[in-house]
Design a protein around this ligand. Structure first.
Ligand code: ATP
Ligand code: MG
Length: 353
């Protein structure tokens, strides 16, 4: 009896468990978003252990698309449809679709976190650097977005933090430097002003980075190497047939590479039949299996995966999506208000006594 009591003492109190993650509203979502993020979001939703805030990141979209605001507004709707189509369910009381621009608390938090973020540590962020590319004159909004993103994560922090509390952030691999920085800044604030934030826990899914159909390192809208979740069967077939494969596999009988071959990378990601993948891999490596034959199978498997997604999308067609976003945004504001108040108090911001 005593032993059970002692064991119970070691079990942490349940704690508040929240998920914060999001997507930029810059257009249709693709297979990279699916395997890198959405599949994991859906799994977490279905597990039911977390209160989930999924951010429609329209402010962050402005960091690269400020000249196309109408595209961003349209994309808020298309991203909501993409999310619904993969089975995210805003009717579940734990699931909130949050429109970033409509949460005033996040701007306040972001502005205050800017005061403790050092420029050198922000600018050396490898993801930021690779995204800047050759742009010699990025906007201040772009350069500061890693801090802005910390505000998004911190705004749902259970406050004051208690043992067992958790903010889980499921993302693709490119987000890891941002999440590490979010932990640095949260800890710095807690150290300098007193505990307000729970440093977040990153979670990368099985496929942290899906290559493009052209074999480039990342499937990405801006690179035009995507297969969208909303693509029809005909479009998927066409995109798969045009995919890059092993350039040294010139004739059917040549032995081919399957490790870095995007067609096989996709088979590993999208074909649920592992025996089939093993068999195709062995045959291709040995020689005697043509690219067109493998691509036909891959296209079929992708279409089979997309079929239920297409079906769900059609069920939501014509329904009013505004209420979903309004309700989800309000849920985020409710949890972020006490966080902002705590930050203000710790930073001695307020009318004089
Ligand atoms: P794109 O490059 O197509 O414009 P993005 O990178 O701007 O997409 P984000 O909104 O920044 O899209 O990313 C949303 C989530 O999807 C992040 O967690 C990101 O890591 C993940 N993600 C995006 N593309 C891929 C990919 N090719 N492979 C794995 N994860 C990805
Ligand atoms: Mg990105």
């Amino acid at each position: 009896m005593k032993m059970i009591e002692a064991q119970n003492l070691q079990i942490p109190k349940a704690g508040v468990k929240r998920v914060l993650t999001g997507m930029r509203t810059t257009g249709e979502l693709h297979l990279g978003h699916y395997v890198g993020a959405l599949k994991e979001w859906k799994r977490i939703q279905d597990e039911g252990r977390y209160d989930c805030f999924f951010l429609l990141a329209d402010v962050q979209a402005l960091t690269t698309h400020a000249e196309k605001p109408e595209l961003l507004a349209k994309s808020v709707v298309s991203v909501v449809k993409d999310w619904l189509s993969v089975g995210l369910d805003p009717n579940d009381p734990n699931i909130h679709f949050v429109q970033q621009s409509m949460v005033p608390e996040r701007y306040e938090l972001s502005g205050l976190l800017m005061m403790i973020a050092k420029s050198a540590e922000v600018f050396r962020n490898p993801t930021l650097k690779s995204e800047i590319g050759s742009d010699k004159n990025p906007t201040m909004g772009f350069m500061a977005y890693p801090v802005d993103q910390v505000a998004d994560i911190c705004m749902v922090s259970p406050t004051p933090p208690r043992s067992g509390d958790e903010v889980l952030v499921p993302v693709g691999e490119d987000q890891i430097p941002h999440l590490e920085y979010s932990r640095v800044l949260a800890r710095r604030f807690n150290h300098d002003y007193g505990d307000v934030f729970v440093p977040c826990s990153p979670l990368v899914g099985e496929v942290g980075r899906l290559v493009g159909t052209d074999g480039k390192e990342k499937m990405s809208k801006s690179m035009g190497n995507v297969i969208n979740l909303s693509d029809s069967e005909v479009v998927v077939n066409d995109r798969v047939m045009k995919m890059f494969t092993d350039p040294n596999h010139k004739t059917v009988n040549d032995p081919g590479d399957t490790e870095n071959n995007p067609v096989f990378i996709y088979l590993r990601a999208f074909d649920p039949n592992k025996d089939e993948v093993a068999e195709l891999t062995e045959h291709y490596q040995r020689g005697g299996l043509g690219d067109v034959a493998v691509k036909r199978i891959l296209a079929q498997r992708i279409n089979e995966m997309l079929d239920p997604i297409r079906e769900r999308r059609s069920q939501w067609e014509g329904r009013d999506l505004r209420e979903i976003v309004v309700d989800g945004t309000e849920a985020a504001r409710i949890v972020s208000r006490p966080v902002v108040e705590a930050v203000r108090e710790k930073m001695h911001l307020g009318y004089p006594d």
